[in-house]
Unconditional design. Structure first.
Length: 534
């Protein structure tokens, strides 16, 4: 079939708002005629509608590259590029693209359609410039030195004890190993050399390669290890630019175009060139998602970058499954991909908390189910594998707990949406309680999330008929775990958000429940709820 015929079929599907199918038709057409700018432009439009913003930006860049021969002023391509950058909160780049879109329109004698475009592009430029020029108001970042109170310091002390006792079921192993990787990454960045060129006056840098690898290893093992000291972000910006430049990473390309380009790069460079390029690309996306979600609360951007990372990783794992790990790299290993999927779960929960979109909730359910499936398929480690306790916890246990907690979140939100159907809502609440309890059961008792998941399960028990005996057992578990978690996590950012004070109130409920039981006010089979205790 000709490219023109495929384009016509794509156009028909696009008109029916079947954007995913239309994109497939345009992709087939591009494989026949990749110099046709219209095909790239049409696929970019599809990807904007399916919220594949990285791929939309990549396609728009391709339009601008291929269109220069025929139409240097392809206004719609610039506008689509600007829209994609807006969605990714890259307002500096979107402002440039909006301005280019305006400059690409005729200066005089605009028809009605062009006048409408001009108004839209001007509005886009104004909005992008307003945000780009506005000082950032980042969320609080932990700037700290290594005092005795921080989780990684407390964790290290406990690990030194546990090495002699053979006790491995502790979050201390996890945070200690994550910190070792994180510190190595920071030390590599600090080893960067900077000097001014005496002739040009330009600042030159010589960075030590590999910082991104260990920083990402740390964060996917346990993101709670992240903390900034001094000029961390200034060094990081230079580090990522240097590593991307060194390996010719994909910096302006979405995952689908990367998938298209990898075979040709393999043919010319082999895995020696492609392996580090893919690794740096993926790791830069993961860190971008981490910073956007954790610092700017841009959970939608984190979802986009992490989703595309998972998409590319899953493709590479399947496409090159017969290539030895030593050749293709660690990023295509099952454990690494599960680690990235953990971050996607958190990003989806954050995105839904900001915007209660039912589709985000369904995406969360599908992702949690997939994590549980992949975790169950992992080969159980043996002593011969030589994996550390922290690695085992971080990639064999914690993903299961996070997935169960995500399912708990999912069912709780469905319960809230089923208020008019009491029986249905109760069923969802019970599923949520079971999932959060399972999540707590999977984690070590000294992890702060173990206690928190028990706390959430207790809270939701007040939504349904629950015997006092069941609640008291859960209260006892929570009360028992709190001192254990505080030994490591007392100074975590989560704990410093008011969690100890909350637990004090919750345990106050337990005290009143036990007093009422002792006085004969109610029995172990009674359903007593917190609102009855005031």
């Amino acid at each position: 079939m000709s490219a023109d015929k495929l384009k016509e079929e794509g156009n028909a599907l696009f008109a029916k708002k079947q954007y995913g199918l239309a994109a497939l038709k345009y992709t087939e057409a591009i494989e026949i005629d990749e110099e046709n700018a219209v095909l790239w432009a049409n696929r970019a439009a599809c990807r904007l509608n399916t919220r594949q913003f990285m791929d939309a930006a990549s396609d728009s860049e391709k339009v601008l590259f291929t269109a220069t021969k025929l139409d240097p002023g392809y206004a719609k391509a610039w506008a689509r590029l600007a829209t994609a950058h807006d969605a990714l909160h890259d307002y500096k780049y979107s402002a440039k693209a909006w301005r280019a879109a305006l400059d690409s329109l005729p200066k005089d004698y605009l028809n009605a359609s062009e006048q409408k475009q001009k108004e839209q592009y001007a509005a886009g430029l104004k909005a992008a410039e307003a945000i780009a020029n506005k000082p950032l108001q980042p969320a609080p970042v932990l700037y700290m030195s290594n005092t005795d109170d921080h989780p990684w310091v407390a964790g290290r002390r406990l690990v030194e004890q546990y090495q002699h006792t053979g006790f491995f079921n502790s979050s201390a192993w996890l945070i200690n190993e994550a910190y070792n990787d994180f510190k190595e990454g920071v030390d590599l960045m600090k080893a960067m050399k900077q000097w001014k060129d005496p002739r040009s006056g330009q600042t030159l840098i010589q960075a030590r390669f590999g910082a991104l690898e260990v920083l990402v290893n740390a964060i996917i093992l346990d993101k709670r290890v992240f903390h900034a000291e001094g000029n961390f972000f200034e060094l990081y910006k230079k580090q990522v630019e240097s590593e991307c430049r060194t390996v010719n990473a994909w910096t302006k390309t979405g995952p689908e175009e990367i998938m298209r380009e990898v075979p040709s790069r393999l043919a010319s460079e082999g895995w020696k060139g492609v392996r580090p390029a893919l690794s740096v690309t993926i790791r830069a996306w993961i860190l971008r998602a981490h910073f956007d979600s954790g610092m700017q609360r841009r959970h939608d951007v984190a979802v986009e970058f992490t989703t595309r990372a998972v998409q590319l990783l899953a493709w590479g794992r399947e496409t090159y499954k017969n290539v030895p790990k030593s050749e293709r790299g660690a990023i295509f290993s099952d454990t690494f991909i599960i680690g990235v999927r953990r971050h996607l779960l958190e990003a989806l929960i954050g995105a839904y908390s900001e915007k209660s979109d039912p589709q985000i909730l369904e995406d969360l359910y599908e992702e949690a189910t997939q994590v549980l499936k992949e975790a169950a398929a992992l080969k159980p480690p043996t002593p011969a594998d030589g994996i550390s306790p922290g690695f085992f916890l971080g990639f064999h246990r914690y993903p299961k707990a996070d997935a169960q907690a995500a399912l708990g979140f999912y069912h709780a939100k469905l319960a809230l949406r089923s208020r008019t159907n009491q029986a249905e809502a109760e069923e969802y609440w019970r599923k949520s309680i079971a999932a959060y309890t399972e999540a707590a059961d999977i984690l070590p008792e000294d992890d702060e999330q173990h206690a928190w998941f028990l706390n959430v399960a207790l809270e939701y028990m007040d939504k349904v008929t629950t015997p006092l005996a069941t609640k008291l057992k859960m209260y006892e578990r929570l009360r028992s775990s709190i001192p254990k978690t505080e030994a490591i996590w007392r100074m975590s950012s989560f704990s410093r958000g008011g969690v100890p004070q909350h637990y004090q109130q919750v345990l106050g409920y337990e005290k009143k429940l036990r007093e009422g039981l002792d006085s004969g006010k109610w029995s172990l089979s009674t359903d007593v709820r917190r609102e009855q205790l005031s």
